[in-house]
Design a protein. Sequence first.
Length: 342
Amino acid sequence: MEPSALEIFARATAAQNDPRPLPRAALIFAHPDDETIALGARLARFAGAHMVHVTDGAPRNAGRAHGFHSLSDYRQARWQELQQMLETAGIPNISRERLEIADRDASLELTRISRRIAEILQAHRSEVVFTHPYEGGHPDHDACAFAVHHAVAMLRGCKDQVPLITPPLIIEAPFYHADPAGIDVGMETGTFLPAGRNAPERQKTKEVAIALSPEEQKCKRALIECFQTQRETLSCFQLTEERFRIAPEYEFRLPPHNGAVFYDSRPWGMSSQSFCDLASEAERALGGRNENRMLTVLCTAFPFAPVSVDAAEGAEQILSRLDSALDDAVAAKRRPPEVLYA
């Protein structure tokens, strides 16, 4: 019997010293340091996981702003910090890769990232994937959430392929989003967006908040201190708990919440409207998310019904009209429903 989602969730988010076996895990985050924000107190459990960073952590115009002579120097420093963190956590040899996309550019590569992550999840036969929620904090975070959800959807739609794998459970940790009082107030860290337009009440999922012991807080603080280039940003995150939930379904063609998202107010080259437009374009390129597409069963063949193309209401005539309508919908870039002819 396959383990239930709740059982996988419980084992995946267990404390550092929990004796239960960890599910095969993928850690897929936008930037080096995101894995530490999400999982720092229990990161040593993931020595057997596969870690993926979608971007290089170095925005194209940020090298000199952080005191480095070049963008290349800044990028190298970011990855040296990551290696130092992994050594401090006791997992220096964890399997890992990065997708070589510039920081803040992930939204421009949604289709490619989604397909690559699907390949990674299948190759590693991942049972669980930790990633970002869709929350409007950073465009790379939202791009990562989009790619993971669509990669899992692709695997879910290919269950008839060999080798057969069960699509992994998506678990997310909160990062930051616009303060509920408004974008002018700033950002809120460490909490999930409440149920709303993009995570309706009916989709509320299992969520846990795990209080960290003084020793766990000390451990996580030591890991965070490895990222000296990010110390100002990381100082905004609390160390008293780690929070996780089973990811709800998102509608990426809509912003994650009403009003302006956090990066609408930042000079990061991406707005929430632009992200939604890019998400819509990527979904069309990926063929849509099959699990969300309506299946219409059409019963068109009857005993003694006329069968010639020109026969009034003949079965072939009906099917010919349907095929023509579907072709027109594709040509107009509308997404037709799945149709099963019976």
